[in-house]
Design a protein. Structure first.
Length: 189
C-alpha cells in the first residue's frame, strides 16, 4: 500500500477533475462536512509528494487580473494507483465492518468506584462462573436483564499494565456457547 488516507482523498478528488490547491482544500472540507478541515501545511506537501511520484501533474495558469494558479490533475499512473488503493481500502473497510458486526453486542462498563464495590462485583462474577449463570444486571447498570451462561472450557486472559502513570488491570474470559439441541418436530396425523 503506497497511498495513505490523505493522499487517497487527494487522488479521489482530483480523479473527478483538475483543481488548484485551494479548490482541493475546499472540496475536502465540503465532503467531510466540517469533521476534517485540511490545512495547507498538510495538503500541499501531500500533493507535492504525489507529483514527485508521478501520480499527479501540474501546470500554472496565468489568468488576467487574478493571481497565478497551479492546477493539479491525475496522471494515468495516478488513476492506476487510485484503483489499486481503492481495492485495498475497500478490503480494509470490509474487515473493520466485519469486526464491528462480530463485536456489536459487546457491553462496555466503565465507572468511578472504590475497592469495596470492585470486590463485590468480582465476587458476584466469580459466583456466576461457579454456578454457570451470570446475571449482568446484578453486576452493571444494563438496559435490560441479560443472563449469560459460560461453558467449559474457558479461556482466561489477564493483563496488568502501566500507561500514562496509571495502573490498569484488564481481564477477558472467552468460551464457545454450547449448541442448543434441535427442537422436537411436531408430528402431524
Amino acid at each position: 500500500m503506497k497511498v495513505g488516507a490523505v493522499s487517497l482523498w487527494l487522488l479521489l478528488v482530483l480523479s473527478e477533475r483538475p483543481m488548484y490547491g485551494y479548490e482541493v482544500i475546499r472540496e475536502l472540507e465540503k465532503r467531510f462536512s466540517g469533521y476534517w478541515k485540511p490545512k495547507t501545511g498538510t495538503i500541499y506537501p501531500a500533493i507535492q509528494k504525489l507529483e514527485q511520484n508521478g501520480l499527479v501533474t501540474s501546470h500554472i495558469d496565468f489568468p488576467d487580473e487574478l493571481p497565478d494558479r497551479k492546477h493539479y490533475a491525475l496522471t494515468d499512473k495516478g488513476h492506476e494507483e487510485l484503483s489499486q488503493s481503492m481495492i485495498y481500502w475497500t478490503k480494509m473497510s470490509e474487515v473493520l465492518e466485519n469486526y464491528r458486526e462480530v463485536h456489536e453486542s459487546i457491553a462496555r462498563h466503565k465507572a468511578q468506584t472504590d475497592g469495596k464495590e470492585i470486590s463485590k462485583t468480582l465476587a458476584e462474577l466469580g459466583s456466576g462462573f461457579k454456578d454457570g449463570r451470570i446475571d449482568l444486571s446484578k453486576l452493571f447498570p444494563v438496559e435490560k436483564n441479560v443472563t449469560i451462561r459460560p461453558t467449559d472450557p474457558l479461556k482466561f486472559k489477564f493483563l496488568y499494565a502501566k500507561e500514562n502513570q496509571k495502573l490498569e488491570i484488564h481481564m477477558e474470559v472467552e468460551w464457545l456457547p454450547k449448541e442448543s439441541p434441535p427442537a422436537a418436530k411436531a408430528e402431524s396425523s
